[in-house]
Design a protein around this ligand. Structure first.
Ligand code: ATP
Ligand code: MG
Length: 336
């Protein structure tokens, strides 16, 4: 409508202008109209009608604002289904023991995604989660962060059910490198510091060195001040991942979750990252989800998931001897 509006008005102006020229001209010819009045009329139509075209822009802006307001109001009106807890936890004293007890969950309108999951991650240990795509690994993480709530069962941190913990505090104690990296339009430095706003540049440098990101960041045209573009589109997938990793390392939370955090980097860089991460993971509870089994080989415990259930668990060597799904996956990956 807005694109039709302005040409229409212009057309009307032209029409009125020609009408005044012709009819007025004719009347001047017949001496029924003064020449002075005639020229005034010609002039005034221009003055009067041209501003009408701006009305088109006003109408356009109005419709746009209306649509935006509707969207904002819709969002505000959406009920928050996740109820906030009221327990505070102290980031400094938290141990980071995580227990998933009898968890059942399904997404709205989907059949059950997690059905009866039980496991414990003792404080300051590393657990690896493997399983076919779509088996519910990332869903477990979403449940732990309370992006969704479980249908049944309780997840607890240090014995406190997460439903009782203040959401903000819960999320403060978890560093997550999610499967999809979220970078924002801004500099590399801002993207790493997102989540730990009062960190110094020295800390940022340290974190990016641990995440093996320092070298490539230095080679970018403006180093740490390079703009990464909308969603980090001016970086490669592996570079984005390492920035996300540096962000999580910088946050320095007692629980670290890596969901396919090194899936897009080459094997050599991954080994380097693992080496530098090993110091950090010793001091905190770590959950590592990976398709590349070499990533989780050294975990204190590994669980293998299939269709929302745990089908095997144990250390790497134990699972290899078990000659089940894990050892099959391993054999495929090492090429036996
Ligand atoms: N937001 C959602 N709404 C509905 N269904 C979902 C949603 N997210 C995931 N699912 C479904 O839940 C199942 C488990 O998904 P999930 O992301 O946990 O898998 P995953 O084990 O992490 O897989 P991958 O290894 O590919 O990352 C899938 O079948 C998926 O289709
Ligand atoms: Mg996943």
């Amino acid at each position: 409508m807005s694109s039709a509006f302005i040409p229409l008005i212009r057309f009307a102006i032209l029409f009125a202008f020609i009408a005044i020229l012709l009819i007025g001209g004719f009347q001047v010819w017949n001496k029924t109209l003064n020449v002075g009045t005639y020229s005034f009329l010609v002039f005034i139509t221009q003055r009067l009608l041209w501003p009408l075209t701006t009305l088109g822009h006003v109408l356009d802006d109005f419709q746009r604002s209306l649509a935006s307001i509707n969207r904002v109001v819709d969002l505000i009106d959406t009920p928050i289904e996740i109820k906030d807890g009221n327990k505070k936890i102290d980031l400094k004293t938290i141990n980071g023991e995580i227990i998933f007890k009898n968890i059942f969950f399904n997404y709205l309108g989907r059949k059950s995604t997690i059905s009866g999951i039980n496991f414990k991650v003792p404080a300051k240990t590393t657990i690896g989660i493997v399983g076919l795509t779509g088996s519910g690994k990332s869903t477990l993480i979403k449940l732990l962060l309370r992006i969704y709530d479980t249908n049944e069962g309780t997840i607890s941190i240090d014995g406190i059910p997460i439903k009782d913990i203040k959401l903000k505090e819960l999320r403060k104690c978890i560093s997550l490198v999610s499967q999809e990296t979220y970078l924002f339009h801004g500099t590399v430095k801002e993207n790493i510091a997102y989540g730990s706003s009062n960190s110094s540049f020295k800390d940022i440098l340290k974190a990016s060195k641990i995440a093996e990101a320092h070298k490539f960041i230095e080679q970018l045209p403006d180093g740490y001040k390079t703009i990464v573009g909308e969603r980090g589109q001016r970086l490669s997938g592996g570079q984005r991942q390492r920035i996300a990793l540096a962000r999580a390392v910088l946050k320095d939370a007692p629980i670290l979750i890596l969901d396919e955090a090194t899936a897009s980097v080459d094997n050599e860089t991954e080994v380097l990252i693992q080496k530098s991460l090993s110091k950090i993971t010793k001091e905190r509870t770590t959950i590592v989800i990976a398709h590349r089994l070499s990533t989780i080989k050294n975990a204190d415990n590994i669980i293998v998931m299939d269709k929302g259930k745990i089908i095997e668990s144990g250390k790497h060597d134990f699972l290899l001897n078990n000659k089940n799904v894990y050892s099959d996956l391993w054999n495929v990956q090492v090429g036996i």
